[in-house]
Design a protein around this ligand. Structure first.
Ligand code: GDP
Length: 203
C-alpha cells in the first residue's frame, strides 16, 4: 500500500510545491470514483475526502507518498450544473498544471466502467497526448458489471484508445471489491520511482 498524507491544496499555479521530485495526477468526471480509488490505493478511508470539502473541490489537492513525491487529485470535471466561469477556471488550472508541470510522471484517468470514454474524457486525452506523458485508465466500479462484461468493456476501451492514437494502458478497478489495487499501485510506484517494498520501514 502507498502511505499517503495530505500535503496542501493549490488554487494557483504559482503555489505548486517547489521541492517536488515526481507526481502522479488523478483526473476523472465527477462521481467516476476518483476519491474512492485514491483512498483504496492508499488504504485510507477518508484521505481523498479532503478534496470534497467545501472550497476544495476546485483545487489541486496534493498528498505526499514519499519525501518530495506526490499524488495530485485534480478537480472532477463534467459537473453539469457548474457555471461557465467555473468550468473555465477549472480548465485553466488543470490544463495549466498538466501542461507546465515538469515533475508530472503520469496521469491516471478514472472512468466509471458503465460510462467509459465520455466526450470530456476524450477531450482530456486528446489534449494531453502531445505532452508525451504516460496515461493509465482505471475502469472503476468494475463490480457493477458481471465478469464477462468487465473484460469485454476493457477490451473495447483499449481498442478505442488505440484507434484514436492514444497510447494509454487500462485496467479494471473496484474500490468496493479491492480489485486491481496492486496493479494500479505497482504502476504508480514505477512512475514515482519508488521501490515496491521498504523492509526498513516495514511497509
Ligand atoms: P469522485 O466524485 O470521482 O471522487 O467519486 P467517489 O469516489 O466519491 O464515488 C462516487 C460514488 O461511486 C460514491 O457513491 C461511491 O460510493 C461509488 N463508488 C466508488 N467506487 C466504487 C466501486 O468500486 N464500486 C461501487 N459499487 N461503487 C463505487
Amino acid at each position: 500500500m502507498l502511505n499517503a498524507v495530505f500535503h496542501t491544496s493549490v488554487a494557483h499555479l504559482r503555489d505548486l510545491p517547489e521541492d517536488s521530485l515526481a507526481e502522479v495526477a488523478f483526473a476523472g468526471r465527477s462521481n467516476a470514483g476518483k476519491s474512492s480509488a485514491i483512498n483504496t490505493i492508499c488504504n485510507h478511508n477518508r484521505l481523498a475526502f479532503v478534496s470534497k470539502l467545501p472550497g476544495r473541490t476546485q483545487l489541486l489537492n496534493f498528498f505526499t507518498v514519499a519525501p518530495d513525491r506526490f499524488l495530485v487529485d485534480l478537480p472532477g470535471y463534467g459537473y453539469a450544473r457548474a457555471p461557465k466561469s467555473q468550468q473555465q477556471a477549472w480548465q485553466e488550472l488543470i490544463g495549466g498544471y498538466l501542461a507546465v508541470r515538469r515533475q508530472l510522471a503520469g496521469l491516471v484517468v478514472i472512468m466509471d466502467i458503465r460510462h467509459p470514454l465520455t466526450d470530456l474524457d476524450g477531450m482530456l486525452l486528446d489534449w494531453f497526448k502531445p505532452l508525451g506523458r504516460p496515461v493509465h485508465v482505471l475502469l472503476s466500479k468494475s463490480d457493477k458489471l458481471p465478469r464477462g462484461q468487465q473484460t469485454e468493456t476493457l477490451r473495447r476501451v483499449r481498442k478505442m484508445l488505440s484507434d484514436q492514437g492514444i497510447e494509454a494502458s487500462a485496467q479494471l478497478f473496484s474500490s468496493l471489491k479491492k480489485e486491481g489495487v496492486e496493479e494500479a499501485e505497482g504502476l504508480i510506484r514505477r512512475w514515482l520511482d519508488l521501490a515496491k517494498k521498504n523492509p526498513a520501514q516495514g511497509e
